[in-house]
Design a protein around this ligand. Structure first.
Ligand code: SF4
Ligand code: SF4
Ligand code: FES
Length: 245
């Protein structure tokens, strides 16, 4: 199957972006966007005008949907390139590859996602001492631990932008695994940070539903975390003060 790969190119953060069209022979239906990018770079495939293509800068590591490095927009949808089969993604013979738009571009399809780590640090999403997870939330903790920090959920989130105080689901998902397991008083600080950096900025639109390439049930985790960090605490406070619920 012949397709055309259209890649949004940019030599560096300061340079002007342009589309490059590259004819590509998709030899079987298992080939992914990541495979095609590798082949373009390794075989120095030409563009539609027959000119050699400057090596495309993009990130990858595992090539098995395990690291999140290869997240990009594929025909407008945030996906992992190593999970995007060309024959499934193609529309009108074209597969468009663009960098994620919510992050600063470094070059071509490579973006700077360091803000996600900064947001986890701001939220203090870590254990300060060895802790045994609460078995009653084991499945939830496991689900939360599968987050690849790929950024796909931030790409579709109407409330997230790099540099803002709202951390988005990419911080709230790992946080969900910690909420119930953290010891006091770290839990109190963490609950406060969760409310400040996630709950108060989240519009509850659930645009992040069903977008996670790791298959994490994001809205289930958010419901659990919102209950633990906000509503159960508020109700407990009101009960302690003798207020009728
Ligand atoms: S929750 Fe899913 S989409 Fe969001 S960063 Fe983690 S792995 Fe990616
Ligand atoms: S529910 Fe909406 S605002 Fe909240 S994290 Fe998901 S996409 Fe963003
Ligand atoms: S290269 Fe690791 S998820 Fe695609």
């Amino acid at each position: 199957m012949k397709i055309e790969l259209q890649i949004l190119r940019r030599e560096n953060a300061a340079s002007h972006p342009y589309w490059q069209h590259i004819p590509y022979e998709c030899e079987n239906e298992q080939l992914t966007a990541a495979y095609a990018l590798r082949e373009i770079n390794e075989k120095h495939l030409p563009d539609a005008a027959g000119e050699p293509v400057r090596p495309v800068r993009w990130e990858c590591s595992c090539m098995q949907k395990k690291c999140g490095a290869c997240a990009m927009l594929i025909n407008g949808v945030p996906r992992l390139a190593c999970d995007a089969k060309l024959t499934e993604a193609v529309q009108d013979g074209i597969v468009r590859l663009e960098p994620l738009r919510k992050f600063p571009v470094i070059a071509d399809l490579t973006v700077d996602r360091s803000i996600m780590m900064e947001n986890l640090k701001t939220m203090q999403a870590w254990f300060e001492a060895e802790t045994l997870a609460d078995e009653t939330v084991g499945a939830l903790t496991y689900d939360a631990s599968r987050c690849l920090q790929c950024g796909c959920c931030l790409e579709v989130c109407p409330n997230f932008y790099a540099g803002g105080t709202f951390s988005g689901a990419a911080a709230a998902v790992p946080a969900a695994g910690l909420l119930s397991a953290l010891p006091q008083p770290q839990q109190r600080t963490f609950f406060r940070n969760y409310r400040k950096y996630f709950y108060e900025g989240c519009g509850k639109s659930l645009a992040c539903r069903n977008i996670c390439p790791a298959g994490i049930d994001i809205d289930r985790l958010l419901v659990h975390s919102n209950a633990a960090a906000v509503w159960k605490r508020r109700n407990a406070f009101r009960l302690r003060s003798g207020e009728q619920l």
